[in-house]
Design a protein. Structure first.
Length: 575
């Protein structure tokens, strides 16, 4: 019912029943309060105590101070608990010896706290960090780490003893020329069981540190940097094929990626968008048409963004695309796409109509009002476990506090956005009812989603520029059942990236895929979380990227289920 109908019913109920409806429902939405999460930022108490640093210039703007901020959730030591990796930045300044900004790896202590193990793990590194993704590129059972930079990227091999080794040069991934690398994703595009690597690039490297003199006449308006990247030199995406022996080969040209026009790329979102069993790659681009690389199943791709309907908005205009995620939000078995955009622009919601074609449903789905902020990281999360993926978006101003330039710029709303999936077709903003973390204003970039505390709830880690990270824990009592699924590949790559899980419960089907990269230059939990509503069990079907399928009947709710290709369920754990 709408708000007017609800108020009419409330009046008819009489004064004696006023208190219960007031406590149980929100005036803004008419949704029972039991369906709202209560997210609390516990980062400082949990031990996430290092700031992400981006230092600019007192009187000039430069483009590089606007980007970066990736973050990752992954279990690097295989103890069953998610650890956190935070990508750091740099600045136009001299840092004291020993005080230089570095990326940070936080080990999950399994008691609600984390320990900074960056140095012990061998991950100290300085520079203009941008994004991160994870994947087991050598199929040894331990997740490896790939970090992108303005300059040269780094591949860290997980040694299996809680340490990492920089193998960039040995693997063939050391770039001969410096790039403005941004988002990345491991993807087995040729389904040979070895993870390949896709890397986005933003503006041509020469423009990153180019300083723009401030113009007093532009105060309160858009400076040359804020105007965007129009007129600057765009870039192309890169694809590296895994040779199966610990090395990679650049196949960007051979695979057809270089045929696409230059763009300003931020975040790749991998998914099987035409249900043919082969991974495709969507790229959120800034101020240029977004790209959709459809897999030809012969080692090549065709760029189909405009034809598929995901390159522009519904009016045929380009947007300031930042982040992206993919999920089947309406339960039709097809992966839909959300893309975050610049301020004064709506986020884009593209409904998958089948066979790789999409329709822009942003307005009818209720997202048209989300224009007050610059939107970055995003993810479909079922925070109330009703079986319908909700939508989370983080935002942040172009220049962060402390960057040296933000005082000249028009301010934008920089709060978190939570949109509840009402019925599989419409979303409603419930940010004001989502807990104290949603009342805070931060300059956020990357966001990563996963069950960090092993409670069956989705938690959120956020990288904030010139600030401490946020760690949002859902402290509301669970209202519905859930299922957490972890896949282990054998013929398929060990991390099962690209494999699909379908869950049937209460006559409702959900579809998710194991994905590397996404959000905004970030990495989510590789385990898949499904809300089951009131169901006591579920039917689970796995379509391995290698091509085989397995089905499991009546899996009990409220537990982590580990499934290995060809061996079935190898463990179950109730949280």
């Amino acid at each position: 019912m709408n708000r007017r109908q609800w108020l009419k019913n409330l009046a008819a109920a009489g004064a004696g029943s006023l208190l219960q409806p007031l406590c149980a429902r929100s005036f803004a939405t008419g949704i029972p309060s039991a369906y709202f999460p209560r997210y609390v930022d516990v980062a400082r108490e949990a031990g996430l105590l290092a700031k992400t640093v981006l230092v600019g210039h007192e009187s000039k703007d430069f483009l590089l101070s606007t980007t970066g901020g990736g973050i990752a959730l992954f279990d690097y030591d295989n103890d069953g608990w998610l650890d956190i990796f935070v990508v750091n930045g740099w600045g136009l300044t001299e840092f004291p010896k020993g005080k230089e900004p570095t990326n940070h790896l936080y080990h999950n202590n399994r008691n609600g706290t984390f320990t900074d193990v960056t140095e012990k793990a061998g991950l100290l590194r300085h520079g203009w960090g941008q994004g991160v993704c994870v994947g087991d590129y050598d199929n040894d059972g331990y997740l490896d780490l790939f970090v992108t930079y303005f300059g040269a990227n780094v591949l860290y091999h997980n040694n299996g003893n809680a340490t990492f080794t920089d193998v960039t040069r040995e693997s063939g991934l050391l770039q001969s020329e410096e790039h403005w690398n941004t988002g990345a994703a491991f993807v087995d595009y040729n389904r040979d069981g070895h993870l390949d690597l896709f890397v986005c690039n933003y503006v041509d490297h020469q423009y990153g540190l180019l300083l723009y003199d401030s113009n007093p006449a532009l105060m309160g308006q858009q400076s040359p940097v804020l105007y965007g990247v129009a007129g600057l030199k765009g870039t192309k995406n890169l694809l590296y094929r895994n040779n199966g022996n610990g090395t990679f080969t650049d196949v960007s040209d051979k695979a057809g990626l270089l045929k696409a026009e230059p763009t300003f790329g931020f975040t790749p979102c991998v998914g099987d968008y035409d249900n043919d069993g082969w991974p495709d790659i969507y790229v959120a681009d800034d101020s240029t048409p977004s790209l959709l690389f459809m897999n030809n199943r012969d080692g090549t791709f065709r760029e189909s963004g405009m034809l598929a309907g995901v390159a522009y908005d519904a009016n045929g205009r380009t947007q300031g695309g930042m982040g992206a995620d993919s999920a089947d939000y309406d339960g039709d078995g097809l992966l839909d796409i959300v893309k975050t955009n610049f301020s004064d622009e709506m986020p884009s919601l593209y409904h998958n109509d089948g066979k790789g074609f999409f329709a822009d449903v942003t307005v009818p789905a209720g997202l048209a009002g989300e224009t007050s902020s610059v939107k970055w990281g995003t993810g479909f999360i079922d925070f109330d476990d009703d079986g319908r993926p909700d939508l989370m978006i983080v935002s942040g101003s172009i220049y962060s506090p402390g960057s040296g330039t933000h005082h000249r710029l028009p301010k934008t709303d920089s709060k978190l956005i939570l949109l509840r999936n009402l019925d599989g077709s419409r979303f409603v903003n419930v940010s004001d009812q989502a807990g104290p973390a949603f009342a805070e204003s931060r300059c956020s970039r990357g966001a990563a989603f996963g069950d960090i505390f092993n409670t069956g709830r989705i938690d959120i880690a956020i990288n904030n520029l010139n600030d401490y990270p946020s760690l949002l824990r859902n402290q509301s009592p669970p209202t519905n059942a859930w299922l957490l699924v972890k896949l282990i590949g054998t013929r398929t790559n060990r991390a099962a990236i690209g494999s699909r899980v379908s869950v049937d419960a209460n006559n409702h089907r959900q579809v998710q895929e194991v994905r590397s990269g996404g959000s905004f230059c970030s990495q989510n939990d590789l385990r898949l979380h499904f809300g089951l509503g009131t169901a006591k069990d579920a039917r689970v079907q796995v379509r391995w990227l290698g091509g085989s399928e397995e089905t499991f009947e009546h899996l009990p709710a409220n537990r982590l289920v580990v499934i290995q290709e060809g061996k079935g369920i190898v463990s179950q754990e109730a949280f």
